[in-house]
Design a protein. Structure first.
Length: 313
C-alpha cells in the first residue's frame, strides 16, 4: 500500500507541469469550472496538487523507498479521471443550490403577495369564490367571478382582490337602492342600470389586466435580477441585453396594470358616492305632522305654561 502511494505521488507530481501548460493555453480544459482563469490554473497545478503529492510521498516513506509501477500509472491518469468527476459534482451542487434559491425565491414571492393580499383587504369586503358563486348571482356577479379566476390563473392574487372589492361595493349599492326605492319604480331601474354599466366597465378592465399579466407570467423577475447581479461581468452583451429587456417588459406591464387598477379605484369611488347619495334621499312619508324643532318649541312652551299655572296656585 505504501509503495502504491509512493508511486502515485511520483506520477501525480510528474503530470503537474503538462497540465499547467495546457491550462495556461486553455483554462477550460485543465479546470473543473470553465469560468475560472489562468490564475486558478497556476494556483491549482503549482501549489495544491504538488502539495498533495508531496504529502503522499512523505507519508509513504514509512515503508521505505519502494514505488510501484501500478501506483505510478494511477498517478499519471489521476488528473484526467478526477476532472470529469469534479465537474459532475460541482454541476450537481450548483444545480442543487439553484433549486434551493428558486424555491426560496418562490416562497418569498408567495409570502410577499400573501402579505400584500392581506393588506389590500378592506373592512367588510366579501370574498368571491369563482368555483362557487353566491346564491342567486346575476350575470354581472358571474362575470366578476370569471374575471377573478382569470387573475388567479396568472398568479396575481393581489389584483384578484379588486374583484372582491367591486362585488362588495355593487352589493352594498344594490342594498341601498332596494331600501330607498321599490323594485318596479323607474328611479330604481334607472339607477340599477347605471350601476351595472359602471361595474361592467370595471369587469372589462379586470379582464384586460388578466390578459396583460398572462403575457409575462413566465418571466421570473427574481431570477433575472439574480443573473444580472451574480453573473453580470461574465455575461455577453447579447445575453445581458436580453435579460434587461425581460425586466423592461415586467416594468412596462406593471405600469399598465397600475394604470388600470387606478381606473378600478375610480369606479369604486363612484359606487361609494352613489351609495352615500342614495342613502340621503328621503322616500318614506314622515309620521309626525310637524317638524322636530316645531314640536320641541311647542313642548317647551307647554312646560313653561304649566310652571306658571302651578305657581299661581
Amino acid at each position: 500500500m505504501l509503495g502504491f502511494l509512493q508511486g502515485f505521488s511520483y506520477g501525480l507530481f510528474m503530470t503537474c507541469l503538462p497540465w499547467l501548460l495546457v491550462g495556461l493555453y486553455n483554462p477550460g480544459i485543465a479546470l473543473p469550472v470553465a469560468t475560472q482563469g489562468r490564475l486558478q490554473v497556476v494556483f491549482r497545478y503549482c501549489l495544491i496538487i504538488p502539495f498533495i503529492s508531496m504529502l503522499l510521498w512523505l507519508t509513504s516513506l514509512w515503508g521505505g523507498f519502494s514505488p510501484s509501477l501500478f501506483g505510478w500509472l494511477a498517478g499519471i491518469v489521476a488528473i484526467p479521471v478526477a476532472l470529469p468527476i469534479e465537474r459532475t459534482l460541482r454541476g450537481w451542487l450548483a444545480r442543487r443550490r439553484e433549486r434551493r434559491r428558486e424555491a426560496q425565491s418562490i416562497a418569498e414571492a408567495q409570502q410577499r403577495r400573501a402579505q400584500e393580499e392581506r393588506m389590500a383587504y378592506e373592512a367588510g369586503v366579501s370574498v368571491l369564490d369563482p368555483a362557487r358563486p353566491p346564491e342567486g348571482a346575476d350575470d354581472l356577479v358571474l362575470a366578476m367571478c370569471r374575471a377573478k379566476q382569470s387573475l388567479l390563473d396568472v398568479k396575481r392574487p393581489d389584483l384578484a382582490i379588486l374583484a372582491d372589492r367591486l362585488y362588495s361595493r355593487y352589493r352594498h349599492v344594490m342594498d341601498v337602492l332596494s331600501g330607498r326605492f321599490h323594485t318596479g319604480e323607474l328611479a330604481f331601474e334607472r339607477s340599477r342600470g347605471l350601476v351595472t354599466q359602471v361595474c361592467l366597465g370595471a369587469v372589462d378592465t379586470l379582464t384586460t389586466m388578466a390578459s396583460q399579466a398572462r403575457g409575462v407570467v413566465s418571466v421570473d423577475g427574481q431570477y433575472v435580477r439574480g443573473r444580472l447581479e451574480r453573473d453580470g461581468k461574465r455575461l455577453s452583451d447579447e445575453e445581458r441585453a436580453a435579460l434587461v429587456r425581460r425586466l423592461d417588459l415586467l416594468v412596462e406591464t406593471e405600469h399598465r396594470l397600475n394604470e388600470r387598477a387606478a381606473r378600478i379605484e375610480s369606479a369604486l369611488t363612484v359606487l361609494d358616492d352613489t351609495a352615500v347619495s342614495m342613502s340621503r334621499i328621503e322616500t318614506t312619508r314622515p309620521q309626525a305632522s310637524v317638524t322636530t324643532d316645531k314640536a320641541l318649541e311647542d313642548l317647551r312652551r307647554f312646560v313653561e305654561g304649566a310652571d306658571r299655572y302651578a305657581r299661581k296656585d
